[in-house]
Design a protein around this ligand. Structure first.
Ligand code: ATP
Ligand code: MG
Ligand code: MG
Ligand code: MG
Length: 462
């Protein structure tokens, strides 16, 4: 296959190096020195201080392929996995960057040249958007590059003003979409049906011009800069002629490995996709030093792990299986990410431990859930049951919500919270009488974390 994921990554890095960009390796998924960010969610994260003029580098153009996780924080795609053809919790972002060097003209030209000449994509399959009042970018597309106005639109802040998080570098952006054709459901960017998988956003060109402070005010940064991001898996789907990211070489390799473990007889594709997605985020998070725990980043990792284990159970896989996917992942990604190979045994061991731990309560928890659903009056799983699953059986609340959603049900979040508060109050009262609390099962005791804002904390950490 000419355009394997690995070949596309290499072509991208080469192209921009040929155009004066310094190759910079991917940084860790755990941002160094940035308490505002849960995980590295874009290529620009490691350059944040450079954009803000707080740090100098000996280059003003860079290119990278950055490992990213979007499973919490401002960009959270965990709930999309299994439901769209284009979202992963872990993905690679190919990006070129200019730190006060070139600006809109060159950025747009490079992107167009790479897509249409290097990759050879037909222009009439590409759709372009700009931020609503960005006439300069609009002119470059329409006048200089002669892109058809029929495949061009202006979009508002939600889509075409990019921010890393609630604070930090941001600016208007211009995006390139690929039209997967009328056999796929969905409408063009900016239309009400844009959320489908027909017109897939492949590349975001951000014109970084501002730093947003904690009050939400925008301050111009010292030099207008550029930050672009193209999802490797999405462009691989285009180049390999498939409409779903999970059909590309890399994911097919993982899905075959899942089948080889004994999942072969069910036609549940969604669970296969979720597992194939989650092994990547889990293996790379562990590589970068995150361990399953009940707090912060470790709890996000635990949630992803337990979701994957439950999907394996759905596929009929009994006994630990998830750790066995680290090897197949290394076969495809080990060349680009040597750490994965070097730490393979440690990663397997950590996953296996978590599998064993959750196995003790998974069956019983699922049984309780089945009984609750069978007795259900309406479509909402009561907070008491969600809490019991959480507290006694180690089901993170989003895991229960994931199971509920598969059946068209919802969970009672407020009721869950009330049950948790009641338990805390009981705990306090009990400890006044010095009862032996160690007899009470506590699997996922949550420690409050205050690094993120209040609304975030609720969905993230619990
Ligand atoms: P979408 O609108 O499809 O959710 P986005 O606008 O959130 O994407 P950006 O923040 O602009 O994405 O990120 C830049 C690029 O990274 C996207 O154009 C896409 O190619 C890729 N990308 C973003 N999120 C994901 C994801 N969850 N999985 C795979 N690729 C992604
Ligand atoms: Mg998104
Ligand atoms: Mg988008
Ligand atoms: Mg975007």
């Amino acid at each position: 296959q000419q355009w394997s994921s690995n070949a596309i990554r290499s072509a991208f890095l080469e192209y921009f190096q040929e155009h004066g960009h310094t190759l910079v390796s991917s940084s860790s998924l755990v941002p160094s020195n940035d308490p505002t960010l849960l995980f590295t969610n874009a290529g620009m994260v490691q350059f944040k201080e450079v954009f803000l003029g707080l740090e100098e580098r000996n280059y003003s153009r860079a290119v990278s392929s950055q490992r990213c996780v979007r499973a919490g924080g401002k960009h959270n795609d965990l709930e999309n996995v299994g439901y769209t053809a284009r979202h992963h919790t872990f993905f690679e972002m190919l990006g070129n960057f200019s730190f006060g060097d070139y600006f809109k003209h060159e950025t747009i030209r490079y992107a167009w040249d790479f897509l249409t000449n290097v990759l050879g994509l037909p222009e009439d399959k590409l759709w372009v958007t700009v931020y609503e009042d960005d006439d300069e970018a609009a002119n470059i597309w329409l006048e200089d590059l002669q892109v058809s106005p029929e495949r061009f639109s202006r979009c508002g802040e939600k889509d075409n003003f990019w921010s890393m998080g609630d604070t930090g570098p941001c600016g208007p952006c211009s995006e390139i979409f690929y039209d997967h054709g009328p056999e796929v459901a969905g409408g063009p960017p900016g239309s009400p049906e844009a959320d489908g998988d027909r017109y897939i956003e492949i590349w975001n060109l951000v014109f970084t011009q501002f730093d947003r402070d904690s009050q939400g005010h925008l301050h111009p940064i010292p030099k207008p800069s550029v930050d672009t991001g193209m999802g490797l898996e999405r462009i691989a789907a285009v180049m390999q002629g498939v409409h779903n990211n999970y059909d590309i070489d890399l994911f097919q390799h993982l899905i075959k490995a899942i089948d080889a473990l004994g999942a072969g007889d069910t036609d549940n594709q969604i669970s296969r996709q979720v597992i194939a997605d989650h092994i990547r985020s889990v293996a790379f998070l562990i590589t970068d030093g995150v361990l399953p725990s009940n707090e912060n980043r470790g709890y996000v990792l635990r949630r992803i792990l337990r979701r994957a284990i439950r999907h394996g159970h759905k596929l009929g896989l009994r006994g630990p299986f998830f750790h066995k996917l680290v090897g197949p992942l290394g076969e495809k990604m080990g060349d680009a990410y040597q750490e994965l190979l070097k730490k393979r045994e440690a990663i397997e061991k950590i996953i296996l431990q978590e599998e064993k731990r959750f196995a003790e309560t998974l069956d019983q928890g699922l049984k309780l859930l089945e009984e609750t659903v069978a007795r259900l009056d309406g479509t909402e799983i009561p907070g008491e049951a969600v809490f019991k699953l959480y507290d006694t059986y180690g089901f993170p609340i989003d895991l229960t919500a994931d199971i509920a959603r598969e059946r068209g049900l919802t969970i009672d979040n407020d009721g869950f919270r009330a049950a948790m508060d009641a338990q805390r109050a009981r705990g306090r009262a009990a400890s006044r009488f010095q009862m032996d609390m160690s007899k009470f099962p506590k699997i996922d005791k949550v420690t409050e974390f205050t690094g993120y804002d209040q609304t975030e904390q609720q969905t993230e950490i619990i």
